[in-house]
Write a protein that binds this ligand. Structure first.
Ligand code: FAD
Length: 568
């Protein structure tokens, strides 16, 4: 008899699983049940459809039920809600949402890929018309209709994560004035706060009003169709439309009803073959907890790449392809574009590393910053990006990287992501042989650059210091930029000796104190550090230079200041 594989949820994880299962076996019967009206649509494209960057709705449809039938002999049943799983009898109960009929379907293998649900906290007024979440194509229709029919002018996006920022971009493109409200100190929570400072600056320069450290406490109707978004601080931000993008939680109703094991983070527990606590049921995508390949802890990573790979993994397991290694875990490699700025990261952030304990001891990590340009400086259009690399100080193992810039950012993070997945070190980045021609990169690519800087630290060729430690350091802070640069702005109490004069002016430096050097980005101060070390001084280079100082300062000021400096 043919193996009967039923798949619940027909988008990223479910559709990938079903198609892979068919490629592995022509003998199985495969049916996808999808609650919504579409299968295999591009969730990731939805914000761009709202902004009319993607103009045709059909372009969001990656594959139709007909294509699944014709290409793969897969039966797709849209508008079918799977209501329960009867594990004892290996059956599911399905409701046809068009006819209202229910039916039971037998399975040999069941795959659930039900995704995640946008968070909608029980705040006053949250159900007011004009407040939307974004998850499906019908959601985009409602949002577009609301904006167009009311000629909406002002939008508030609650949540500054990647969906929030993508929506901010697209609402701006659509001609609305946009405010972003974020309860944390900074947008893009996957990043460390200093790395978010350039994003804040960019949003501000693009006319987006940003309320960080601001929690939405409720919503109130104003006039006929407008809404006041009420912040905990007492401020009210007026909107004609509100988009809630405050995160998602795993959709586990079905898994709970079936008594499948659920983890502490609220996701379905699976093994590295995506098998749940029931040996005949697999689960993939946003609904599952997966292992973070850096920390080894469970985590929730609601991203399309992992969902697709997990779907494929579940199909391998169902079809008995045990020769293929299991799922490697996730590293949360992600990218977000907002109004020309690209933000990308892989692995863990510093704030996560601070929480990691090995045998109850904090994990030792080091970090460096760099500001390389995306291609050779001499080629027109060179633009700096900011990269932060986190690594083990003893053996140089890569823990994570974050980058923000106008061009070439995701390429560098992708390279580092691959190194990280292969348990690579900063020495691998130092030695990576990457493409170079002037318009694409540099003979020392940004990836090499961060690898070299970090490798110097691991080899103890120079000691690195950080702005967060300057105040308590008691060190002599040496600014090696030119006097003109120094005049334009410098760190309080810093001594200015330009690099070019340093050899002649060594006697001006205290011999009994540590010297911490900085320049604009960290390069000249690195030269100074080497020079001073060889002259017998105890010296450290403040990583990332004055540019990182400004980033830290920006976030700090914003937190200290009562009125939000980013409000426009
Ligand atoms: P989904 O793709 O959400 O599919 C789950 C499906 O299951 C849904 O269609 C749902 O209707 C169906 N379902 C649930 N319960 C039942 C049931 N009981 N019966 C029948 N059907 C059911 N990720 C990125 O990596 N990059 C991006 O740029 C990106 N952008 C995004 C933008 C938006 C606006 C959104 C919403 C998500 C974005 N994501 C992005 C996340 C990505 O889309 C998800 O991680 C991915 O789709 C998860 O796949 P999944 O199969 O787990 O769930």
């Amino acid at each position: 008899m043919k193996k009967r594989i039923l798949v619940v949820g027909g988008v990223a994880g479910g559709a990938s699983c079903a198609a892979r299962a068919r490629r592995l076996s022509e003998d199985a019967e495969i049916i996808i049940f999808e609650r919504g009206p579409f299968v295999s649509f591009a969730n990731c494209g939805l914000p761009y459809y709202v902004g009319n960057v993607i103009t045709k709705e059909e372009d969001l449809l990656v594959a139709s039920p007909e294509r699944f039938r014709d290409y793969f002999n897969i039966d797709v049943r849209t508008d079918h809600n799977v209501r329960l799983i009867d594990r004892e009898n290996k059956q599911i109960e399905v409701e046809n949402l068009v006819t209202g009929e229910t039916a039971r379907e037998q399975y040999d293998a069941l795959v659930i890929s039900p995704g995640a649900v946008p968070l909608k906290p029980a705040l006053d007024g949250i159900e007011l018309p004009g407040i939307f979440t974004l998850k499906t194509i019908p959601d985009t229709r409602k949002i577009k209709k609301w904006i167009d029919s009311r000629v909406a002018k002002k939008a508030v996006v609650v949540g500054g994560g990647f969906i929030g920022l993508e929506m901010a971009e697209n609402l701006k493109i659509k001609g609305l004035r946009v405010s972003v409200i974020e309860m944390q100190r900074h947008v893009m929570p996957a990043l460390d706060e200093e790395m978010a400072a350039p994003i804040h600056t960019h949003l501000q320069s693009q006319g987006i009003s940003l309320y960080t450290n601001s929690r939405a406490a409720g919503f109130k109707r104003r006039g006929k169709a407008s809404i006041d978004v009420l912040l905990e601080s007492g401020t009210a931000v007026l909107a004609d439309i509100v988009i809630l993008a405050i995160g998602v939680r795993p959709e586990v109703a079905l898994a709970k009803q079936a008594g499948l094991a659920i983890g502490e983070l609220g996701g379905i527990l699976v093994d590295d073959r995506m098998r749940t606590s029931d040996p005949s049921i697999w689960a993939v995508g946003d609904a599952v907890e997966v292992v973070d390949c850096v920390t080894g802890s469970n985590c929730l990573v609601p991203l399309a790449g992992p969902a697709n790979r997990q779907g494929r993994m579940a199909a391998n397991a169902i079809m008995g392809r045990n020769d293929i290694p299991g799922f490697r875990g996730v590293q949360a490699t992600a990218v977000c574009g907002v109004l020309g700025l690209t933000i990308a990261s892989t692995g863990v952030s510093e704030k996560t590393l601070r929480q990691v304990r090995i045998d109850r001891q904090p994990l030792r990590y080091e970090k460096i910053y760099a500001h390389p340009s995306q291609h050779a400086q001499y080629y027109p259009g060179a633009k700096n990006m900011t990269i932060k690399l986190l690594f083990a100080p003893d053996d140089g193992q890569i823990f994570g990287a974050q980058a923000v810039g106008l061009d070439g950012v995701e390429k560098r993070i992708d390279v580092i992501a691959m190194a990280l997945q292969k348990k690579g070190t900063v020495f691998d980045l130092e030695e990576a042989e990457l493409c170079y021609a002037p318009q694409y990169g540099a003979a020392k690519d940004p990836v090499n650059m961060v690898g070299m800087i970090a490798a110097n630290v691991v080899r103890q060729d120079y000691a690195v210091a950080h702005w967060t430690a300057v105040e308590k350091s008691g060190a002599c802070i040496l600014d090696v930029r030119t006097p003109k640069e120094f005049e334009r702005g410098h760190v309080d109490g810093a001594v200015n000796i330009p690099l070019e004069n340093l050899r002649q002016r060594l006697s001006e430096l205290p011999a009994d104190k540590q010297i911490w050097t900085y320049c604009v980005v960290g390069q000249r101060s690195y030269y100074a550090t080497r020079l001073l070390k060889q002259a017998g001084f105890s010296v450290k280079n403040i990583s990332g230079g004055y540019m990182m100082h400004l980033c830290f300062k920006k976030i700090q000021q914003q937190v200290c200041s009562k009125s939000n400096p980013f409000k426009i």
